[in-house]
Write a protein that binds this ligand. Structure first.
Ligand SMILES: CC(C)(COP(=O)(O)OP(=O)(O)OC[C@H]1O[C@@H](n2cnc3c(N)ncnc32)[C@H](O)[C@@H]1OP(=O)(O)O)[C@@H](O)C(=O)NCCC(=O)NCCS
Length: 209
């Protein structure tokens, strides 16, 4: 289950400019859904970071509900990975300018989203030669999104280094490219890549451990 939350460009608050909602998501509803989730320590209400966080939580609550969790409480591990205590439904959150996305599924899940047009030339220089070849077919942004989604699915996060998550292979035969990533703990994790409007979305699912 993937859930997107946008905020309307026409919304009055300058802080919210650039955010838009899905047509079927009422801004008043977001306030109700997110009221019990509080706010992250050290983040000032109304700032860009706060909006990003709150909309990510909103998307996650909606996604978890659609997976059958009636009253999802979202907590985070010491590494920053969101989870629903007492549930086998895994959750993941991603945001980029103007968009928050969440994914929920049994087991572990990781999601990442980037604008497909984002300038990643600096990050591209960090790819190793094998990854450069793969990036020719799935794009540099596809490689980066695949790594971040895999890093989230494991719950480890990137740990500050894209290089610790090498892309091993990309399978292009299905409707969505499937990218294999080597995690630092030796596991191979796969990420499916999707084009969604002008965004590239990666979803990495580890059904059970
Ligand atoms: C998890 C990680 C990949 C987050 O990536 P990001 O680009 O900073 O931000 P995203 O919007 O994609 O994702 C943020 C969300 O990831 C989730 N997250 C954070 N740590 C996580 C972890 N260890 N495991 C799973 N999910 C995690 C959180 O829900 C967070 O949102 P929230 O703080 O609002 O709840 C992070 O580990 C990281 O290493 N960031 C560094 C950024 C970087 O180096 N990017 C390379 C350029 S593409």
């Amino acid at each position: 289950m993937l859930q997107a939350v946008h905020w309307p460009h026409h919304h009055g608050s300058p802080v919210l400019e650039g955010w838009e909602f899905d047509d079927d998501v009422d801004p008043d509803e977001v306030v109700k859904v997110t009221a019990p989730v509080g706010q992250p320590a050290g983040v000032v209400r109304g700032t860009h970071r706060w909006i990003e966080w709150i909309l990510g939580r909103d998307a996650a609550v909606r996604a978890a509900r659609k997976m059958g969790v009636e009253q999802p409480i979202i907590e985070v591990t010491s590494d920053g990975a969101p989870f629903v205590p007492g549930s086998d439904v895994g959750l993941s959150i991603a945001h980029t300018r103007g968009l928050a996305l969440a994914a929920a599924a049994p087991g572990r899940i990781g999601i990442d989203v980037e604008r497909s047009t984002r300038d990643v030339s600096r990050l591209a220089r960090g790819l190793h030669p094998g990854e450069v070849d793969i990036a020719m077919s799935i794009s540099v942004i596809g490689c980066l999104v695949a790594k971040e989604a895999a890093a989230k699915a494991t719950g480890l996060g990137l740990g500050g280094s894209l290089a610790r998550w090498p892309v091993l292979d990309a399978e292009l035969s299905g409707s969505a490219p499937t990218v294999s990533i080597a995690a630092p703990d030796g596991r191979v994790v796969t990420t499916q890549l999707f084009s969604w409007g002008d965004h590239t979305v990666g979803v990495s699912h580890i059904p059970e451990e």
